[in-house]
Each structure stands twice: as C-alpha cells, then as structure tokens.
Design a protein around this ligand. Structure first.
Ligand code: F6R
Length: 616
C-alpha cells in the first residue's frame, strides 16, 4: 500500500527514483510524486494525480537535477487521489518534504494544535500534518532534522514509513518506520537507497538493512555511515543482510501482464516451494519449522488460522486438510474480524498466520492479539524478512518469488502447498495418517507442478471461451468440500480484475437463496472434479441447467456426465481430492484474466486496489 523509494549518492537521483516508482507501482497507483535537492540544495517537489507515467510527463520541462531525492506512489487513505493530496508533502515554509506510507491516527488533534499556531493546510492528508509537525518542532526547538523527526514521531500514534528531505541540506536523508516496512539499501561508495520493499533497490545492491519498528535512520553523504536510533534513543548497530531476489523476478519477461506471468509461473513457484521439503525419493516431507515445534502442535487444543483475502481462502483449505488428516479442530478467522471481536484464545492454541506480503495490518494485529495470550504463532509467508515473518515464533516461507500482480495467484497455490506439507507432516508425526496414504500423497504432491503445466497449456482455449462472457454483469461460482474455497477464490479473482460482480458459494447452499438469481444471462462456474461429492454436484448442475444457467464446469479428465450437461468444460488432470484445489484454481485464474483483458481492464493495477494492505 503506497510505495517509497529514496536515493542519496553520486548519481543523478531522478532516473533512479522514477524507475523505482515503476517497480513499486503495484503497491498503489492513484498519484505519484518526487522531491529532489539540487546542487544548491534548493528543494523541488513535483507531484501529480494518476500513474507514474503522468509524473514523468509532468516533469519533462522541470529541473530534476540532484543526487538526493525521495519519491512516492500512492494508494489513497486520507483525502481523494489528487495533485494536492499526492506525496511528497511540503511543510508550510517549504523547507521540508516528506513521503509517508501508513496512517497517523492522531492527526486531527495534531492538526488542530498546529492550526492554533497559525499553520495552514492545503491537503486533506494526515501526511501533511506530520511534515508540518516536524517543521514546528524544528523551529521551536532549533534542532536538527533528525532530532525534529525523532521528537515528532515520539508523539505520533499510528503506522508509518517515512522519508524526509530538508532545503539547504543536500547531504542528509532521514527515514523511519513503525508498522509499515522500510528497507535501506547499501550501494557502492557511500551510496544509499530507501525502499518500501526490495524491488526499487535490487538492481543496484543486494546489501540491505531491514528497519525495525520505531527505528529512525539518518543517512549522511560523505560521512559514508548511517546512524540508526530507536524512539527510546538507543543507538542500534545496522544489521546488513542479503536480499534473495533477482531482477528477472520482478520483470514481466515477455508476458503482457505480471498476473499472466505469475499464473504461468506456478509450476516453477511450486517446485521452489517444495524444493527440499517434498522428498519424493524418500517419500517424506521435511519442514524444520514443524519438526522443531511438533510438541506445540501435538498439545494444541485447536489451531486458529488467521488471514485476509486470498490468503484466507487458502486458510479455509487448510481447515479441510488439517481436520481431515490430523484430527485437530481448526477455526479459520478473517483477521480484521478476529482482532476486534474479543475472541476466546487459549494459551495452548496454535495460530497459523498466512500472508503473502507479510505486511497486512489486520493479520499482524491478529498475531499480536494471540501472542498476548501466550499462543504459539506459526507463519506462512512469501516475503522474506517481512513483518509477519518477524512477528511469528516459527514458520515456513512459501518461496513463490516476488508476486507483483495485484491479484494473487502463485501466492495462493504455494500457500496451499505449504498447508498440505504441514498437514502431511503433522499427520505422520501425530499418527493420524496411515503410512500408505502419507506416502502416496507425498508422491502425488510432487507431481502437481507437471499437472499444472498441462492446464496452463490450455490457456488459448480458455481465452477463446472467456470472450463469450464479457457481456456478463454477474457470475456465480460453486464448489464443494476442498473446492468450496476455490469457488470463493475464483469469484474474488473475477471481481477484482474485471469488475464483474461474482459470488462464491458451497454448491449445496445454492438452493437456500442464490438459485433465485439464475437465468439464461447468468454464467455459473462449477468446480466439479470427480470425488466423493461428485454425484451431488451433478444434481446441482442439472438444477441450474433446468433454470437455463450457462454452466462452465471444471471437471476431471475424461468426465462424461457433467461434460454432457455443461455449456463449457475445462478438464484438469486427475489427482487426489485434497490436492485438487492446486489444479482447479488454475483455470479460474486464467478465466478471470482473459475476461478482464477482453474487457480492456488493467489487470495488474485494478482500480481502488493495492498489493498489500498495510492499513486497517
Ligand atoms: C486478492 C489479494 C488479496 C490478498 C489480501 C491479503 O487477489 O491479493 O485479497 O490476498 O490482501 O494479503 P496478504 O496475503 O499479503 O496478507
């Protein structure tokens, strides 16, 4: 949610910042801006509504020289997307410029105080309040920029990642974080980068410092050193780490969109996810996080799985898996509800928190809540070093590689794969799964990437089919058992990138209301691979057909029954029921993608959305 990039060094900052903004655009794209200090230390701020390309056009005839700068791409929280609400924000005297991710919760009281002191505000943002507050403190206390930022943040309630520049001081960049990620990249010969994630930095350096909550960093040119203190004024030793990310992973590699690339990448991302963990020769699962904490799971009263959005859909599949194979009660919680409903949490519960980005504010809050009760927290996370990864006691990375498309695809399948591995290992250790089933599921899991290859090979066929449905204003998705969450996920994918209204239901629930919506206009996607509920789904499909619904069925290879009734059929290779979501979701991702592109939607940057929701 919002992207930050910063630079201080010997090179011209502007091209680095613009390139960084393009890489960060998936985090927010309703406005963008840049602040630069030129060779005379004059401060220039340029910002505009819309995408980064608008900013580039706007800056064409501007002075964009300077070797120090900060830039921002925004996903609006306070104040609509507009030129004036875009970041960076100037302070009143235009001596400071600030970029910010997050929300300052006490901005209103600070604003009222500043207004009483004569400060005027031009935007509706909480960010402008923060920069004015820093200026106020700096003027009142006649202190350095760093000191003013420190004092201001000590009085701020909320979440932030910020970067600040000061007119007349072209040698200093100050940045800070609390609850919103921020990384400092260390380049060559006194060159430093700032990023809300690694994507704007990785091209220049792999050496980074992940700032912790309440860290404030001062980067000074020439001194060649950075100083980090926390809000309690403790000086911290910078911990330099290597980012494990290649530039190719954050480029489209010939695909029209990141989303399509990421759909096609799933065989590879699953192989990376299972590498060394699914040992097909030994027919064993190796997950050190589970093995090292097996007693926590053995003694668990129940497992709570907390997540949001697509990760929540993966969590639902986790419930089916764990309850069936491990016989541990599982409750799945939407993190935003869980955190506020005063839930009953026991010390001997185990929480599994799932998050692709590792930065989702509600998931982090759910983790903190459970931690307060003494619960053991296990994370499933894609982004290495992210807040979820750091907040949890142990966990498993999905290793899906960077997911840039706003609509989550490979993150989902790798999360489900991790949940499957956890289930199999737990089931084996707890003795709730018999040896033969365990071994055959391990073998079958290992074959899933190959089977996904066969499904993505049908992309052209699915693209053709999707053209028929661009007329639709509503879609229904139905599934049962393990494939009910897949129906939810299919509906979410379609909604978010095509803006067609879609609902997912457990197929049997249809008769309790949704069937009233069915007529000849209504496309219904039925996820119906051949497992124990198959005959019941066949009946559901008959009922829908009798009401003239247009059926798109996802069926097992060689299916005869549904194939004869449905209007359109996509076959998936045969597999075990508990692994089928890893296959059935693929055609749904492709269908959404092609319907959305046929409607001319920008699938990588759907309206109103941003990749990670770091505000609640
Ligand atoms: C949907 C999507 C979102 C995320 C949700 C949670 O395609 O991407 O629903 O799944 O915002 O994000 P993470 O997994 O980063 O916590």
């Amino acid at each position: 949610m919002c992207g930050i990039v910063g630079y201080i060094g010997k090179r011209e900052a502007y091209p680095i910042l613009i390139k960084g903004l393009h890489r960060l655009e998936y985090r927010g794209y309703d406005s963008a801006g840049v602040a630069l200090l030129d060779s005379k230390a004059n401060l220039h701020v340029y910002k505009t509504r819309g995408k980064v390309v608008n900013l580039e056009n706007y800056c064409k005839d501007k002075n964009v020289s300077g070797t120090i700068g900060i830039a921002h791409t925004r996903w609006a929280t306070h104040g609509e997307p507009s030129d004036v609400n875009a970041h960076p924000h100037y302070s009143q005297s235009e001596t400071l410029a600030l970029i910010h991710n997050g929300i300052i919760e006490n901005y209103l009281s600070l604003k009222q105080m500043l207004e009483r002191k004569g400060y005027k505000f031009v935007s509706q943002t909480d960010t402008e309040v923060l920069v004015q507050f820093i200026e106020y403190i700096k003027t009142e206390n006649k202190c350095s920029l760093y000191e003013a930022v420190h004092q201001a943040l000590s009085q701020v309630i909320g979440a932030y990642a910020i970067g600040v520049l000061e007119k007349g001081n072209a040698d200093t960049l100050v940045a800070a974080r609390k609850g919103s990620p921020l990384i400092v990249g260390i380049g060559e010969a006194g060159e430093y980068f700032l990023g809300s994630d690694a994507s704007p930095i990785v091209e220049y350096t792999k050496d980074v410092i992940y700032l912790n909550d309440e860290d404030i960093v001062e980067i000074r040119r020439g001194v060649g050193e950075i100083m980090i203190k926390n809000l309690s004024n403790v000086v911290l030793k910078p911990q330099v780490q290597k980012i494990r990310m290649d530039l190719s992973e954050i480029e489209k590699g010939g695909f029209a969109h990141f989303m399509l690339k990421e759909i096609f990448e799933q065989p590879k991302s699953l192989m990376m996810c299972m590498n060394g963990r699914v040992q097909s020769e030994l027919q064993e699962i190796m997950l050190s996080g589970i093995r090292d904490n097996i007693e926590k799971f053995r003694n668990a009263r129940r497992i709570l799985i907390s997540a949001c959005g697509t990760s929540w859909h993966a969590a639902l599949i986790g419930k089916y898996l764990i309850e069936y194979y491990c016989k541990i009660p599982v409750e799945v919680e939407v993190a935003s509800e869980f955190r506020y409903r005063n839930p009953v949490i026991f010390e001997d519960d185990v929480m599994i928190a799932i998050s692709q980005s590792g930065e989702t504010a509600d998931t982090l809050a759910a983790i903190e809540l459970a931690k307060e009760k003494g619960t053991f927290i296990y994370g499933i996370c894609n982004v290495v070093g992210s807040s979820v990864a750091r907040a949890t006691h142990s966990g498993t990375y999905t290793h899906a590689g960077p997911e840039i498309g706003v609509a989550s695809t490979k993150a989902f399948t790798t999360q489900v794969a991790v949940l499957t591995m956890i289930t199999l290992l737990l089931g084996k250790e707890l003795g709730t799964i018999d040896r033969t089933t365990y071994k055959s599921l391990v073998r079958e899991l290992d074959s899933i990437p190959e089977k996904i290859e066969k499904i993505v090979a049908k992309a052209d066929e699915i693209e053709e089919m999707s053209k028929v449905f661009t007329y639709a204003r509503n879609f229904m998705y139905l599934g049962r058992g393990y494939n009910y969450p897949v129906a939810l996920e299919g509906a979410l994918k379609l909604k978010e990138i095509s803006y067609i209204h879609a609902e997912g239901y457990p197929a049997a629930e249809m008769k309790h209301g949704p069937i009233a919506l069915v007529d000849e206009e209504m496309p219904i996607v039925v996820v119906a691979p051949k497992f124990k509920m198959y005959d019941k789904i066949v009946s559901n499909v008959e009922e829908l057909k009798a009401r003239k619904g247009k059926i798109i069925a996802i069926v097992s290879e060689g299916d005869k029954n549904i194939s004869n009734i449905a209007d359109y059929v996509i076959e998936i290779p045969n597999t075990e029921e508990c692994l089928s979501p890893l296959l059935t979701v693929i055609p749904l991702q492709l269908l959404s993608y092609y319907i959305a592109t046929a409607k001319g939607r920008n699938v990588d940057q759907p309206r109103n959305l941003a990749k990670s929701v770091t505000v609640e």
